[in-house]
Write a new protein. Structure first.
Length: 594
């Protein structure tokens, strides 16, 4: 059990650990800062070098490409001046360019975008709109191009214009200009792709060098930090272990689910607070407790885990809490691994509230269906019933002197009244429950119910008594509807027990003093556990003459009071019988007085 002194020691130990850690963190932070600064310097320097080299390389490649394009035009112009330029000469020239290791490709297109010459006929080119971008013969377009594999190529384009001679005498210029009109490629567009392999290789070498230097720094820094942390852990591991154990203990006890560990025989060697509350375990047992005393290992699947070492997930079970309430638990069990013990870890989740809410939803849906039925047919049924009942009473008076016929007429009237009562119950279920609450003496209410004992109880010699109560004040509730509720429960008990049986009714304040419990208990055969959730459903009955609406109306009355109704079978401290408990909330003012 945790104490205030234990928490204080834990806090002091944590403060000491933090103080020692701060002293050892200082050189570690210094090393980290130094490594980060050096890495930043290397990164910035490498980035600037790469940018500078890229600008120089692009300038060189651009001049190279421009020189090649100008050389083609110059060669063509010289050939035409010597009258030695043929149709295939430019194709041969382009073929020769393909052998240059610095040139990736070269092709020429006409004004329609058709490739007329290429250094690699098998290669396909993605051609931009060169015609619209090259406005005149002196325009040059250059850009970096990247293919699907990520390889970069510096691409340049220019119109083929060998007709423009260099500065010379006017007569010779006119003569040469006239000769150049016969060249069909004039005005076509030359496109050259220059390889960037040498630049990429240099760039990779620079990056490799930068990464190598950064790796060296990281290794040196990491090694220094490793030794510092080894020393640090030497000082604080023991304290951290203690803090971790205390924290784990706190987390486990703060879980919403129950946690248990058992050995191969079912003996409990660990349990958190939630598990003890769910099962009613002793927090400080004098002997080792065995989980088999609380949970059926076969139904929950724990036997499977212990014998076959296979986990069981979300197995739902129902058990009786020592306090007397039925509890629905979701069981997940798995083998305990990593130890020599053949134990099992069990997680318990309380589903009692969830299943209760599910039942309320299902019940609300059923009542909605009943309400729809009642609203639709009640009027249509009651009008004919009134007419039939009137005719039956008329026949009864007309058949004076005929006892047998009069008896038939009287039976008709009684059956019509019974049908009318069923319709009334249907309407009661369909309408919103309106309470007329008054301050009521609970003890007087219980004695009043006993005085209204049905004749069947006297015929079966059943004793009905009120258990002593210590409630000496009034409670705010609807006296008439609560009387109807208790009479209905007493009548069900009378019909469920044999001759000479006993019925007890009583009341008490629950330990929190904010709720009132009224109960009706008998020593009959009881109710099967799988049917206890169905008895409050409309039309559910185990009697041949019942309508199945009595307990449904009882449930609605209790809900209107903001209370709950539950069934315990067998009754507490008995092997037979049944107890129906009604739990009603007291008003805030009454709860404070209590």
């Amino acid at each position: 059990m945790r104490t205030e002194g234990h928490d204080t020691c834990l806090n002091i130990g944590t403060m000491k650990t933090r103080s020692e850690s701060r002293k050892l963190y200082m050189p570690a932070f210094t090393i980290i800062a130094t490594v980060l600064i050096m890495l930043t310097v290397i990164a910035v320097s490498t980035y600037r070098n790469l940018q500078r080299e890229e600008q120089k390389t692009l300038s060189f490649v651009h001049r190279l490409g421009l020189t090649i394009l100008k050389s083609i035009e110059t060669g063509a112009r010289s050939g035409m001046m010597m009258h030695a330029w043929g149709q295939d000469d430019i194709a041969n020239l382009i073929h020769e360019l393909a052998n240059d290791p610095n040139i990736s490709y070269f092709y020429m297109i006409d004004d329609n975008g058709t490739i007329v010459h290429t250094s690699n006929p098998a290669q396909k080119y993605l051609q931009p709109d060169w015609q619209s971008q090259l406005k005149d013969d002196n325009s040059i377009i250059a850009h970096m191009k990247k293919d699907a594999s990520g390889k970069r190529t510096y691409e340049m384009a220019k119109r083929f214009n060998p007709r423009k001679p260099p500065a010379m005498m006017g007569r010779m210029r006119k003569m040469m200009h006239g000769q150049m009109h016969i060249n069909p490629h004039v005005g076509n567009i030359m496109v050259i792709g220059l390889k960037m392999d040498s630049y990429e290789a240099g760039r990779r070498a620079d990056l490799h060098h930068a990464f190598l230097m950064g790796g060296v720094l990281l290794v040196v820094g990491s090694s220094a930090m490793f030794f510092i942390f080894v020393i640090q852990n030497y000082y604080i591991t023991r304290q951290h272990l203690k803090v971790s154990q205390d924290f784990s203990h706190l987390v486990i006890n703060s879980m919403a689910d129950g946690l248990l560990s058992i050995d191969k025989n079912g003996g409990i060697f660990f349990s958190n607070r939630q598990a003890r509350d769910m099962l009613g375990l002793d927090a400080s047992p004098t002997r080792q407790q065995n989980l088999r005393e609380w949970i059926d290992f076969k139904a929950s699947g724990i036997d499977t885990v212990l014998e076959q070492r296979q986990p069981v997930i979300n197995r739902e079970i129902r058990l009786r809490h020592p306090a007397g309430d039925d509890v629905v638990l979701d069981v997940t069990a798995s083998p305990l691994k990593g130890t020599d013990e053949e134990g099992t870890v069990i997680v318990l989740r309380d589903l009692t509230r969830v299943r209760e809410l599910e039942r309320k939803v299902i019940r609300a849906e059923k009542l909605a269906a009943v309400g729809t039925l009642a609203a639709g047919v009640a009027h249509e049924i009651r009008n004919p019933l009134s007419s039939i009942r009137g005719f039956a009473r008329f026949l009864y008076h007309k058949l004076q002197g005929k006892p047998t016929e009069q008896e038939y007429a009287e039976i008709m009237v009684k059956e019509i009244d019974r049908i009318n009562q069923v319709v009334t119950h249907l309407l009661d279920l369909a309408r919103p429950m309106e309470l007329e609450t008054t301050e009521t003496d609970v003890s007087a209410l219980l004695h009043h119910v006993v005085k209204l004992t049905p004749p069947e109880a006297r015929e079966k010699e059943i004793s009905i008594e009120v258990a002593p109560t210590k409630i000496d004040r009034t409670v705010l509730l609807d006296k008439d509807k609560m009387t109807q509720t208790l009479l209905n429960l007493v009548l069900n008990s009378v019909q469920a027990i044999d001759k000479g049986g006993r019925i007890r009714i009583g009341s008490r304040l629950l330990p929190d003093q904010s709720q009132l419990e009224i109960w009706v208990e008998d020593n009959g055969k009881g109710i099967a556990r799988d049917r206890s959730d169905q008895v409050f459903d409309p039309y559910y009955t185990t009697r041949a003459t019942g309508t199945g609406l009595g307990l449904a109306i009882v449930h609605k009355i209790i809900e209107a009071h903001g209370g709950q109704i539950k069934i315990q079978s067998p009754a507490p401290n008995q092997d037979v019988g049944c107890r129906v408990s009604i739990v009603l909330p007291l008003s805030p003012a009454r709860a404070e007085e209590a």
